[in-house]
Design a protein around this ligand. Structure first.
Ligand code: LIP
Length: 279
């Protein structure tokens, strides 16, 4: 019920802000701590793990019957399935490459699904102090102020984001390049950007800064929290093929209007993935 969602949101928000202090402290480490690449990655992993631990410990204590899907737990080999139970889907730092390079576009993502549907979402950038949030049915907010998507309907008027993530198979790279050319040259899109964090890309659609975002090869923890924020801000979410959006399908197409989403779907070359989170 609705009062429960308020409680879930409040507890998650407080823990997310605590996690933000850890990310901020690590981000502010002087550049003299320039380590070799592998140590750099280890350092980040430590921050990721610390934030995820903090969130799961705190939420688990407050809501003992809730389940968790977390990026670091999954990386440590923990199997996960998405069930109807209330499930917190957590990315302790979305935009890890940005974090390593000290580009201030990073986000702690905390989403809650009930009956497999995202109903609470927090996307918090502790460096810029921007906190995006939404509870299903109550609108989307940034630092407490309502946000809304743009009304752009056509690619020539749209700034869109597409990104090549961590998967670089020849198929995916070719699809990315071909699609980029179609959108930018053949369709003459107004502009292209890529911010290096799926969650930031999505909340930028939610607040109308950009008009659309499409990416392949993601995980549910990159997008679950932002899905609620986008929907509540009036966005259209689709599978890139134009089919219904599926949180576990490892890809997303989100736009301010359905017309723009459908146009982009038609322009892009699509790649399929095995669904995640199945028994
Ligand atoms: C990353 C995303 C990034 C995407 C990568 C990856 P991480 O998440 O946010 O935008 O291109 O595929 O999923 O690893 O920084 O949490």
């Amino acid at each position: 019920s609705s009062p429960d969602l308020d409680k879930f949101f409040q507890v998650a928000l407080e823990l997310t802000r605590k996690g933000g202090q850890l990310v901020r402290t690590a981000f502010d480490q002087p550049a003299s701590i320039v380590l070799t690449k592998s140590s750099d990655t280890d350092l980040v992993t430590e921050t990721d793990q610390a934030v995820e631990k903090l969130l799961i410990a705190g939420l688990g204590k407050a809501f003992p019957d809730h389940k968790f899907i977390g990026e670091e737990s999954a990386a440590a080999g923990q199997k996960y399935t998405l069930t109807d139970a209330p499930t917190w889907i957590i990315d302790p730092i979305d935009g890890t490459t940005n974090f390593v390079h000290r580009i201030p576009l990073v986000a702690i993502c905390v989403g809650l699904t009930i009956n497999k549907e995202p109903v609470v979402g927090i996307v918090y950038n502790p460096i810029t102090n921007e906190c995006f949030s939404a509870i299903k049915g109550r609108g989307a907010f940034k630092n407490g102020f309502p946000i809304h998507v743009s009304s752009t309907e056509d690619l020539p008027k749209a700034v869109f984001v597409s990104q090549l993530g961590s998967i670089r198979t020849p198929d995916i790279v070719k699809g990315f390049i071909d699609s980029f050319k179609s959108a930018m040259v053949d369709k003459n899109a107004h502009g292209h950007r890529a911010f290096g964090s799926a969650a930031i890309n999505m909340v930028y659609v939610a607040q109308g800064s950009i008009d659309a975002y499409i990416e392949y090869g993601l995980h549910s923890w990159d997008i679950a929290a932002a899905v609620v924020i986008c929907r509540e801000a009036g966005a259209t979410l689709l599978d890139p093929t134009g089919a219904a959006f599926d949180l576990m399908s490892r890809k997303v197409l989100v736009a301010g209007t359905e017309k723009l989403a459908r146009e982009i779907s038609g322009v892009f070359t699509h790649t399929d993935f095995e669904r995640e989170g199945e028994e």
